[in-house]
Design a protein around this ligand. Structure first.
Ligand code: ADP
Ligand code: MG
Length: 229
């Protein structure tokens, strides 16, 4: 619709601005963090100022995730499509999380009914969607929780489910989670799902979830497989 077109045009302008701003912001953040780390190491545990430094470090980390998410917004409009091997990409993302899963004692399982699924897409964008969903699942579960990823191909559609047995999504927030900057986390950016939704819809796909409080959440993304491959 006209509304969507206007939104996507203003987003691409925001995206371009964000891309150049992010590069300017990254370097100073990096050095601020480095010096805070040094300061942290020189202060003794009993020093009240150590607490302030810790807060500053965590806020700098938050700014860093924000800059990363903004950069991804900039990339949504870029068009470097290639044939992406979905199963391999998902395995790569899981590899990134391996040590975090181990540390939190998460029982992780991957199911695939078809290894040969390919999508004509921007690899970075697809990766970002899977990272966002897995990151959210990881943050939602308790220590010792479980995360399952189910990849399947059905009727010219690729379906990826990310299932966790975490805290679930409450009825009071379920209508807001795809809005930009909506977060229930202390250090969240609230951009992960917003960005993921834009990416998935950009490919003519769908993103939705089922959640029951205290039982867990399943996020589902579906992508149409083009007829040309
Ligand atoms: P962020 O992770 O930075 O908070 P997101 O856009 O990724 O931003 O998610 C928005 C909100 O949706 C989260 O703050 C959380 O409340 C909710 N949410 C998303 N995924 C899950 C999940 N798997 N389990 C529980 N809540 C979730
Ligand atoms: Mg998130």
């Amino acid at each position: 619709s006209e509304d969507d077109k206007a939104t996507s045009e203003s987003l691409s302008v925001i995206g371009e601005l964000a891309a150049s701003a992010v590069h300017e912001i990254k370097n100073p953040l990096f050095s601020i963090r480095g010096f805070l780390q040094i300061l942290d190491n020189t202060l003794s545990e009993s020093d009240k100022r150590k607490e302030y430094v810790k807060i500053m470090i965590s806020e700098v980390d938050r700014l860093e995730s924000l800059t990363k998410d903004f950069l991804m917004l900039a990339k949504i409009k870029s068009d470097s499509k290639e044939l992406v091997w979905v199963c391999e990409l998902i395995k790569e993302v899981i590899e990134l999380y391996k040590s975090s899963f181990e540390k939190k004692k998460i029982r992780f399982r991957l199911y695939m009914n078809d290894e040969s699924i390919f999508l004509w897409a921007d690899r970075d964008q697809l990766e970002q969607v899977f990272i966002n969903l897995i990151q959210n699942a990881f943050e939602a579960v308790e220590e010792g929780g479980s995360i399952d990823i189910i990849v399947s191909k059905l009727n010219e559609k690729v379906k990826v489910e990310v299932k966790d047995n975490g805290r679930g999504i409450g009825p009071e927030v379920k209508d807001k989670i795809f809005s930009p900057f909506f977060t229930t986390k202390k250090n969240g950016t609230g951009l992960g799902l917003f960005i993921s939704k834009r990416i998935v819809e950009n490919y003519g796909g769908n993103i939705y979830f089922n959640s029951a409080q205290e039982e867990g959440t399943t996020f589902v993304v579906e992508f149409p497989i083009g007829k040309d491959h």
